[in-house]
Design a protein around this ligand. Structure first.
Ligand SMILES: Cc1ncc(COP(=O)(O)O)c(C=O)c1O
Length: 399
């Protein structure tokens, strides 16, 4: 199929729920993707952060192919070898507090499970979430998501969710009390504009939740699996939450998510109260096990820290040159550059020049490349961005 046939079919029949980029991706390799005409792009979108170890990694491709020839479907009500292997691996890399996991298919499902666990295990209803937070778009997680553009058409949402300012110590002290079931937080906000909280804030949330009997739920769906230069972003702040939600890159882009908790919390939900038909199916488990192996064997978390620091330095240098950049934020390979203007036209121009990147809100450029990205790719991205931003600045901020 050529590009125009592909686009004609998708435009005719797919629900129009996505703002679509004028690119038809048909192939990927490492940190690069290719369109139907064979043009190459450096991928700083990484499938919205799902492509952690790089596109089409041969080890993962082989694991999927082998498992597909053996067994594709296997419900959670029966035992399975691929699932057991993945769980053994997860128990090694997750903080020791987490001795049980629930396997599902998407980030929003991992959050739904966390909300149900915290309400059931505490017997309380109130969930404290953050302004600017993003946790998904099904009803429970949407009730925790902040932006009204996602929420307003679907009200009434689930009751007893409150939102407090991200990073504010005083508001946290007021909001978290003896009737709080959970505090739900992204350690670094992604969709909200790549926002890193002050160092003392997450430890304070940890203390407040412990003191009030509430649970601290870390949504590491975007930050997890090495994205920020540590395996989990909570490590930067020296805290361990009560419940952790993981998703995106865990199975290299196949649908998988994990809700992790200790045995006591996880056992509060009894047989039949929560389930997911495809959750923990053998193909995604085989892909996830292979992904974790590659992540560790190829030292990609370390690469995210190293190349991420280089990338951030390059963006900070660019900020010194160009007034159009208001701020550069982030950790590891979860980076953002806040512009003084809407970034829509910048995204279109970088795409025309071989770089795929994301936004986070109206005026933030977001970079979530595969953790295998190399310095030379970063140089290409920054050089492309520099020439486009010079033009944008001339047009929008004439001196
Ligand atoms: C922090 C966070 N939580 C939850 C989600 C929802 O994940 P999904 O789109 O897989 O449902 C996302 C997706 O971007 C996310 O970034």
């Amino acid at each position: 199929m050529n590009t125009s046939e592909i686009r004609m079919i998708e435009d005719a029949y797919l629900a129009r729920f996505y703002a679509r980029k004028p690119i038809t991706i048909v192939k990927g390799r490492g940190a690069l993707v290719f369109d139907a005409e064979g043009r190459e792009y450096v991928d700083c979108a990484g499938g919205y952060g799902t492509c952690i170890i790089g596109h089409a990694h041969p080890v993962v491709a082989e694991a999927i192919a082998q498992q597909a020839q053996k067994l594709i479907s296997c419900h959670g009500s029966t035992y399975n070898d691929a699932r057991a292997k993945l769980i053994s691996k997860l128990t090694v890399i997750l903080p020791t507090r987490f001795d049980r996991v629930f396997l599902s298919n998407s980030g929003t499902e991992a959050v739904e499970c966390a909300i149900k666990l915290s309400r059931k295990s505490t017997g309380r209803r109130k969930i404290v979430a953050m302004k600017g937070g993003f946790h998904g778009k099904t009803y429970g997680s949407l009730s925790a998501t902040w932006d009204s553009k996602y929420r307003k058409s679907f009200e009434p949402l689930v009751p007893d969710f409150v939102h407090i300012p991200f990073g504010n110590l005083e508001d946290a002290k007021t909001a978290i009390s003896n009737d709080t079931a959970a505090v739900l937080v992204e350690p670094i906000q992604g969709e909200g504009g790549i926002r890193v909280p002050p160092p003392a804030w997450l430890p304070l949330l940890r203390d407040l939740t412990q003191d009030t009997g509430a649970q601290l739920v870390a949504d590491e769906i975007q930050t997890g699996f090495g994205r920020t230069g540590r395996l989990f972003a909570c490590e930067h702040f020296d805290i361990t939450p009560d419940i952790m939600c993981l998703g995106k890159g865990i199975a290299s882009g196949l649908p998988m998510a994990v809700t992790a908790a200790n045995d006591r919390i996880m056992s509060s939900i009894t047989v039949g109260e929560h389930s997911s038909t495809f959750g923990g199916n053998p193909i995604v488990c085989a892909a996830a096990e292979a992904t974790i192996n590659v992540l560790l064997e190829e030292h990609l978390v370390e690469n995210a820290a190293k190349v991420g620091a280089y990338f951030k330095d390059q963006l900070l240098d660019l900020q010194k040159e160009l007034r159009i950049i208001r701020e550069v934020r982030g950790m590891g390979l979860m980076l953002g550059a806040e512009m003084r203007f809407d970034v829509h036209s910048i995204l279109q121009k970088t795409l025309q020049n071989g770089v795929l990147m994301l936004d986070a809100g109206r005026n933030v450029l977001r970079f979530l490349p595969p953790l295998a990205i190399q310095h030379e790719h970063v140089d290409r991205v920054v050089s492309c961005l520099r020439s486009i931003l010079v033009e944008e600045q001339l047009a929008k901020l004439p001196s």
